[in-house]
Design a binder for this molecule. Structure first.
Ligand SMILES: N[C@@H](CCC(=O)N[C@@H](CS)C(=O)NCC(=O)O)C(=O)O
Length: 195
């Protein structure tokens, strides 16, 4: 991490709530894809979207060689802004079971030249791996939806997180699929009506 702090600019990749609420100052952002990673709602959370009695579920990444995860990269410029952003993510993410990872990210080209090769950069992201004590992993989708509809934390209901994420991704990436998230979203909508 220290080596990243000494650079003049740092790209930070968000694939969950950072998409709609990065929480740190940045100079520019781009739609992007993390290569070799899949987004899963497998991380438990007992603060923002859940509590000790009923943890909520938030997004993490699992390594999957033939997958990619869509999201947003934010460029932070200047040592002070980088240090501030990293300290913020330590409190928001690392303290909740995530670890910093540098991942290859393909930035969606803004060039009108469709033959231009996409740009791949290394970006800092936060991944909650299987070893962290809050990790929940996979479960039956109906059971997960029922728990998500009930769980809530200081940032609000867990179901709001899932619906926000699905809606933001459909707006940003209208042609992309995310079977895991969109199937969970549908079951959360059904469970909300039945609650
Ligand atoms: N690291 C992912 C997930 C971040 C995330 O959703 N973290 C949760 C729990 S640590 C959070 O900040 N939640 C704020 C909220 O629920 O609005 C990202 O890059 O977006």
């Amino acid at each position: 991490m220290e080596s990243q702090l000494s650079n003049q600019s740092l790209w930070i990749f968000g694939y969950g709530s950072l998409i709609w609420n990065p929480g740190f100052a940045f100079s520019t952002s781009r739609k992007a894809y993390a290569i070799g990673w899949a987004r899963r709602m497998y991380q438990g959370n007992t603060y923002h979207r859940g509590d000790e009695k009923l943890p909520g579920r938030v997004a993490t990444l699992i390594e999957e060689s033939n997958s990619y995860t869509n999201g947003v990269v934010f460029r932070v410029d200047g040592k002070t802004a980088i240090a501030t952003a990293v300290k913020y993510l330590e409190q928001r993410e690392i303290d909740n079971g995530y670890s910093f990872r540098m991942v290859p990210v393909q930035i969606e080209s803004t060039s009108l030249n469709r033959h231009r090769r996409p740009t791949v950069i290394m970006a800092l992201t936060c991944v909650a791996d299987k070893q962290n004590e809050l990790y929940l992993g996979p479960d039956d989708v109906v059971k997960m939806a029922r728990e998500i509809v009930t769980a809530k934390g200081c940032a609000g209901p867990n179901c709001e997180y899932v619906l926000n994420l699905a809606e933001n991704l459909r707006k940003l990436f209208p042609n992309d699929e995310d079977e895991h998230l969109f199937q969970l979203e549908q079951h959360v909508r059904i469970a909300k009506v039945r609650a």
